[in-house]
Write a new protein. Sequence first.
Length: 230
Amino acid sequence: MPNRDLILTNELFEFLQQLKENNNRDWFAMHKAEYEQNVRGPAVELVRRLEKPLARVAPMLSAIPKGHGGSVMRIYRDTRFSKDKTPYKTNVGISLRHQANKDIHAPGAYIHLAADECFVGMGCWRPERTVLAAIRSAIDHEPTAWKKARDNKAFRKHFDLSGERLKTKPRDYDLTHPLIDDLRRIDFIAIAPLSPGELVHHDVVKTIIERIRAARPLMVFLCNAIDVPY
């Protein structure tokens, strides 16, 4: 029997694994009640529990505990422009967006729950052109501040910078630039892996908040680069 004192349970990951093996509308329709009880409901509850501590450690990020239109992302895939026509995502995505996100592609937090991979992501994934240019400019003009944020001990204890890079160099920067590897980034995201054991645990909120707190140096640098508060 599942421990109902836990926010997330093994049933969430078992459902996502089953969905991965049966990614079709008929199967999902037959098991939608299980999805609501074991996946979406607990995910919304996790966001609700994160709301107050998040306001203390990262007040510009929003935790919106709603079943629709909140921080828990839709499970339905947009297949219009994809070769993969499977209708459902096989993960739970929780997006804690920056309050400035409606005006600018601001850095945020993302929690990823899947049967094969779980993590907390922080930063900007595929920022728009002007935001990307501003971040690169900040790295170029404030290299010491960037390296201090990138190499912060508490940050690097949990996070690794991830995402894609240009194969060449960005326009207006020389290949001999001492930070060319960072300037090549087109994603400024950091990933902190989590185990199912850390998530199916009474301290799951504390664990996630600790990761978000550890990413503060990166988030402050990125937010300063685009002139939004953090």
